[in-house]
Design a protein around this ligand. Structure first.
Ligand code: Q0Z
Length: 297
């Protein structure tokens, strides 16, 4: 599908298009990345699951922070997109164009990934000292704001201190970014916990709307922007199974793949089980049927 729009950015698994001076179109694909490589096999409906989750979360967060959503109803999209309605339905959002802040806003309630690596090297994450003796998956005494700066394509974001954020965006915006990020994490973790899912961490993108109001952009609280762990198998001291990608990781690990691109094609049963996990995540978190989401989209 080639849309009649300028491609502004292409992520590993989604695209961002310019609609006009004030609007963008965010399109989520069915591509899956594992061990930082985009796999050649698509997971059917993954883009719709992530879009549906973001839309649901925007609704749950609206009293905490405004968001960039204009509409996800393709019948309300600009008329030049009408020929692409079937391909965009359920997996795209028309958004207000924001002035994105040059900071990845991350909140962590549990220690793993890049935060764990930094803790093991320094005893701190983003300048925040943590207690001794924490292990992979440990719950933190309280959720922490661990911002990072956006790295060039292909590189990983670099953790920075709160003071470094202050130097870039000023003290008042930095404090607002931290406050909003922690509030979104707390709301997300509490809603997920009530449904048997731990929210280990999450990454937000915030921007200024034309009135200068900090606004939630991008996707929010999806498995691609957050780590979700099944609460039933939580056991600190080892890497936690991923809610969505564990079948893929297990199969890839057993396949002998050396983690260089291109990854191997996935077998049909791994595709089906992984699709089922994404759908299950949607249904568990939202309490609604994914079939209904697709039918009404
Ligand atoms: C989001 C991204 C990619 C998808 C820019 N509402 C907005 N206003 C201005 N900029 C953005 C948004 Cl969402 C924006 N990104 C991240 C990259 C595909 C999203 F390649 N970049």
């Amino acid at each position: 599908m080639t849309l009649p729009l300028r491609l502004l950015a292409r992520g590993k698994v989604r695209e961002l298009y310019e609609v006009d001076d004030e609007h963008l179109l965010l399109v989520a694909s069915d591509r899956l990345s594992a061990y930082d490589v985009v796999l050649p096999t698509a997971i059917p409906d993954k883009g719709a699951v992530l879009t549906g989750l973001s839309l649901w979360w925007f609704g749950q967060l609206r009293d905490l922070v405004p968001d960039h959503l204009v509409t996800a109803d393709v019948s309300e999209y600009p008329v030049e997109l009408a020929p692409y309605a079937d391909s965009l339905r359920g997996r795209s959002m028309l958004c207000r164009r924001l002035q994105m802040q040059p900071v990845e806003c991350v909140a962590r309630g549990y220690l793993t990934g890049g935060g764990l690596k930094e803790y093991r090297e320094t005893g701190a994450v983003c300048g925040l000292a943590l207690p001794d003796g924490l292990e992979d998956g440990s719950r933190l005494p309280q959720p922490i704001f661990t911002p990072s700066t956006k790295a060039a394509v292909g590189a990983h974001d670099e953790n920075v201190s709160f003071e470094a954020v202050t130097a870039v965006v000023g003290a008042s915006v930095a404090e607002e970014l931290r406050r909003i990020t922690l509030a979104v994490y707390e709301r997300g973790a509490s809603l997920a916990a009530a449904r048997g899912i731990l929210l280990a961490d999450t990454k937000l993108e915030l921007g200024l709307d034309p009135a200068g109001v900090l606004t939630l952009g991008d996707e929010v609280l999806t498995p691609d922007s957050s780590r979700f762990w099944p609460a039933s198998s939580y056991e600190p001291g080892r890497p936690q199974p991923s809610y969505d990608k564990q079948y893929v990781r297990d199969w890839l690990s057993a396949s002998g793949w050396d983690r260089t691109a291109p990854g191997p094609e996935l077998p049909q049963d791994v595709v089906e089980q992984t699709r089922a996990r994404y759908v299950e995540a949607y249904e568990r978190i939202t309490g609604s049927s994914f079939e209904d989401y697709l039918r009404d989209a």
